[in-house]
Design a protein around this ligand. Structure first.
Ligand SMILES: Cc1cc2nc3c(=O)[nH]c(=O)nc-3n(C[C@H](O)[C@H](O)[C@H](O)COP(=O)(O)OP(=O)(O)OC[C@H]3O[C@@H](n4cnc5c(N)ncnc54)[C@H](O)[C@@H]3O)c2cc1C
Length: 487
């Protein structure tokens, strides 16, 4: 096992390890590449019934399910679907996500989205790299009413979870991890259907399925705008020519604000809340940057449970507890918020991957170059010390783990909606947008639900709560007892 991590801080994550050359540049900036090799790429056609923009989680899941349902129903064929990405599968957030699949949301409608998503993850766990190890979240007493509400809603929605309070919470934690520090653990929610997926594997699996169902996968052309007539999108304009379309699906991740602008939409809006409050002139999109990292397992240590099973994903938010490193150093302006999952497939050796609360950037950000290639948006210097401090506080086995932090680039940015809750909706009469507010790698089922609707079905109940009308109709989501925007 590698004991001392290399320090390729000037490189993108894939390059030092894959010994690949730096990616191509466009307009003087390197383009974040696909995370899987490109093969059997189609020529850009003049037109198609469905044009899907973006080969991330949502674009690929939608394209695959569209092709599947068109074929199975006899309403069409896979080649009616054209999938366009300027780089290829996983070149956005999907390729670098941590891959956690959880349902820990105060926004209750998300519970049904995750139920449907786990159905898709489980439809082919091997080719999606899905590990259904469960998800254990730990909180302090101040979150008790939230945990109770969340637990009830999850179970009502057919997403089984167990809630443990007080001594039961501590006993549960000790039963799976005897070395866990339960001092501040007043609450535990154990989501059984949750887990994680290896991001590259999921990308590969989705790309394969798109190919097998006959989707015309056009990797290379960059969308540069939309041709519109009477409010409808008549063609998707690319730097390699226009593609006429009946319907366009936009799954553009962090690039969504640009596509929004091309569709003629405004950068600001007034948000109306249920209590009558109005937030005037709010940014439609706000960028945040994520803080993540990886830690090798100490020699002779594993991340298995006392039952010798793969550990569930761990999530800890202690709103009244400071983070203190093993040498006594405090992080006074930081909250105790961490998540961790076993990630050998990502670390390249036995290890874990995790992160903390993202940092707000604002209404504007340099999306290019994306991901690990962008010097401005990597995890801050304090992150490694902070993250390892949370690990060593929580687990006896991770004492002294700071030296095992993998010093390499980590992070990425996302475009969040005004209430940090996804928008899945028609944004023009024939333009369907999937804007997941940067927490939707787990939401593989949104593409399936969307495809059901786009092939003629009624709007699924699961998608209705994510209408964009909520901002103007007075049911903008809000609140949530957490220091994190994802609630
Ligand atoms: C560091 C990090 C960690 C994360 N961890 C998790 C996690 O553990 N669990 C979780 O559920 N979520 C996580 N997320 C969030 C999750 O990764 C994203 O919400 C999700 O992957 C977004 O998928 P997408 O399909 O919308 O966009 P993306 O994956 O960003 O895909 C968009 C694609 O559109 C293409 N594109 C954009 N504009 C154009 C154009 N003009 N022309 C052609 N192509 C274009 C891009 O090349 C890109 O490939 C994380 C995000 C980050 C950044």
């Amino acid at each position: 096992m590698v004991r001392e991590a290399p320090n390729p801080t000037t490189q993108n994550q894939f390059y030092p390890f894959g010994e690949r050359p730096m990616p191509q540049s466009k307009n003087g900036k390197p383009v974040n590449p696909a995370v899987v090799p490109l093969h059997d790429v189609a020529k850009l056609p003049d037109g198609a019934k469905f044009v899907v923009v973006g080969a991330g989680m949502h674009g690929m899941s939608t394209a695959y399910h569209l092709a599947k349902y068109l074929t199975e129903s006899g309403k069409g064929k896979g080649s009616d679907v054209v999938l366009i990405d300027k780089a290829g599968p996983g070149a956005g957030a999907t390729g670098l996500a941590c891959g956690c699949v959880r349902n820990l949301y105060m926004t209750k409608p998300l519970h049904a989205i995750l139920r449907e998503s786990v159905k898709v993850w489980k439809s082919d766990p091997v080719n999606f790299g899905f590990q259904q190890v469960g998800y254990v979240s730990v909180g302090e007493a101040n979150q008790e009413s939230d945990y109770i509400a969340l637990h009830k809603s999850q179970n009502d929605q057919g997403y089984p979870s167990d809630l443990y309070v007080g001594k039961d919470a501590r006993n549960f934690l000790k039963s799976i991890w005897p070395d866990f520090n339960t001092e501040k653990a007043d609450l535990v929610l154990h989501e059984k259907p949750s887990g994680y997926a290896g991001t590259h594997m999921a990308v590969w699996g989705l790309d394969q399925k798109c190919m097998q169902y006959g989707v015309r996968r056009c990797y290379g052309p960059e969308v540069i705008g939309y041709e519109m007539q009477n409010g409808r999108v008549t063609a998707v304009k690319t730097d390699q020519g226009d593609v006429k379309c009946d319907v366009v699906v936009i799954g553009a991740g962090a690039w969504t604000p640009k596509h929004w602008e091309w569709l003629g939409k405004g950068a600001k809006l007034d948000l109306k809340y249920k209590d009558g409050r109005i937030a005037k002139d709010h940014d439609m999109w706000t960028y945040w940057r994520l803080l993540e990292g990886e830690v090798y397992m100490p020699e002779g240590v594993d991340f298995r449970t006392a039952q010798d099973r793969d550990s569930p994903v761990l999530h800890v938010e202690l709103m009244n507890t400071p983070v203190v490193a093993e040498d006594g150093r405090e992080f006074p302006d930081k909250h105790f918020y961490m998540y961790a999952r076993y990630a050998a497939e990502r670390v390249g050796a036995p290890g874990i991957q995790g992160g903390t609360i993202p940092v707000k950037i604002g209404g504007k950000a340099d999306v290019e170059p994306y991901g690990h290639l962008n010097d401005k948006y990597q995890a801050d210097d304090w992150f490694a010390d902070y993250y390892c401090a949370t690990l060593s506080y929580l687990f006896g086995r991770f004492k002294g783990s700071r030296k095992l932090f993998k010093e390499r680039r980590n992070g990425g940015i996302g475009a969040f909606t005004p209430d940090n809750v996804p928008v899945f909706d028609w944004v023009a009469p024939n333009a369907w947008m999937i804007a997941d507010s940067n927490h939707g790698f787990k939401m593989i089922g949104v593409g399936e639900l969307s495809a059901r609707h786009l092939t003629g079905g009624a709007l699924p109940d699961e998608l209705k709560p994510f209408s964009i009308k909520r901002y103007t109709d007075g049911w903008t989501y809000g609140g949530g007892n957490s220091n994190c925007p994802w609630v």
